[in-house]
Ligand binder design. Sequence first.
Ligand code: DC
Length: 210
Amino acid sequence: MIIAIDGPAASGKGTLARRLAAKLGLAHLDTGRLYRAVGLAVLRAGGDPDDAVAALKAAESLDPAALEDHALASDRAGNAASKVAAIDAVRAALLAFQRTFAHHPPAPATGAVLDGRDIGTVVCPEAEVKLFVTASAEARAKRRHKELLERGEASIYARVLADIRERDRRDSTRAIAPLTPAADAILIDTTVLDADAALAAALEHISQPS
Ligand code: DC
């Protein structure tokens, strides 16, 4: 079984993907980490994430160990990720890794949950289950701001909200694989649902697909 989960930044799709995978015994791939690792590699090499040549070089030489780097969670990595993700060649370079994971998940898993922006539309349009997890920009910014403060990082709500809006704009308006729900995706709005309710809604859909 392949479960595709897409949605904007801080929508709760990562939490839902992790919990679904644990509950159903499936492997989980947070595909945002691939783009974050590429963005961070470019920054660390002193490059510009908008530079297609530097970004492609980083994508082609991506070491899977880099996916475990704690620095991937930073907003710096997230913003760089959003820039390299708009480059066609970078997306193409990361496609095979994602499809191989979906169809040949690491044992003992018999299926996979992938979360990102284009899983249901581009990476795995054949997925049996497609979920689109979203929430208002304000609700997502509030959640993200709280997370940063809990981690002991400095955070200003207005700045977090502006960043989220900017990333939404970049992810949704790019020419290739823009953030958009697949026609057959089920919508889960976490503005009003907490993590438990979102999990329950997803499980209900999985047990009774329409
Ligand atoms: O989900 P995230 O915040 O970790 O994603 C970081 C960036 O990576 C996001 O701004 C857009 C990009 N991304 C993408 O374009 N396609 C994916 N499948 C996953 C992430």
